[in-house]
Design a protein. Structure first.
Length: 206
């Protein structure tokens, strides 16, 4: 019993030595640097939503255009009258120092989505945002074509512009459109109205 008690005081000294060694080891430890690779992320953006630039030509539309009747007109001076083709009932062109523009006449059965949808389609073609019904009076006006009430449309874009008209006529919608370089289009506005005034549509109902 006496011998065991004599060895007990040495235990705290041993524990203190171990602690000293541990602390010494911690002080001498060198920091270690880790390189964490940068996370690569691929972000897929959804496509922008815009008004369709072109009207889709569905099967049967060309035949329907032929059944819509004949059309007569007088081309203004300086306009080139080209052959009609496909769904185009008329196809003309005007060229000037300021650029060029094409004039087309098309007809489709029904209302082709409605007046506002067709105007917004035209607006998209010249880089303008879609409009609301409340905006229509700012760039449209009633206009008589072949003794029927239509709608004249003036859309001025930064580079391209449109002068045109929409005419509901015996279950069809007729589209009269000039599109091209803005200076050329705007310089031909009087000629465009002269062209619309000369339009004569074949009227099977009378």
């Amino acid at each position: 019993m006496t011998q065991r008690l004599q060895h007990l005081p040495r235990l705290p000294l041993i524990l203190a030595g171990i602690a000293t060694l541990c602390l010494s080891g911690c002080d001498n430890a060198q920091p270690t640097s880790y390189r964490i690779p940068k996370e690569e992320r691929v972000v897929t953006m959804p496509p922008a939503v815009s008004a369709p630039a072109k009207m889709e030509v569905l099967p049967g539309m060309e035949a329907a255009a032929q059944k819509a009747g004949e059309i007569g007109y007088t081309a203004p001076e300086g306009w080139e009258d080209l052959p009609a083709s496909g769904i185009r009932k008329a196809n003309l062109k005007v060229t000037a120092d300021t650029g060029s523009a094409e004039i087309t006449i098309l007809t489709f059965p029904g209302d082709v989505g409605g007046r506002l949808a067709n105007i917004n389609r035209w607006r998209g073609q010249v880089g303008l945002e879609a409009a609301s019904p409340e905006d229509l009076p700012a760039y449209t006006e009633g206009y008589d074509i072949s003794n029927h009430r239509g709608l004249y449309v003036r859309l001025e874009g930064a580079e391209q512009s449109i002068l045109g008209a929409l005419l509901p006529f015996h279950n069809n919608t007729w589209f009269f459109k000039m599109i091209g370089d803005t200076p050329t289009v705007l310089a031909n506005e009087a000629a465009m109205k002269q062209f619309l005034d000369s339009i004569e549509l074949e009227d099977h109902a009378h």
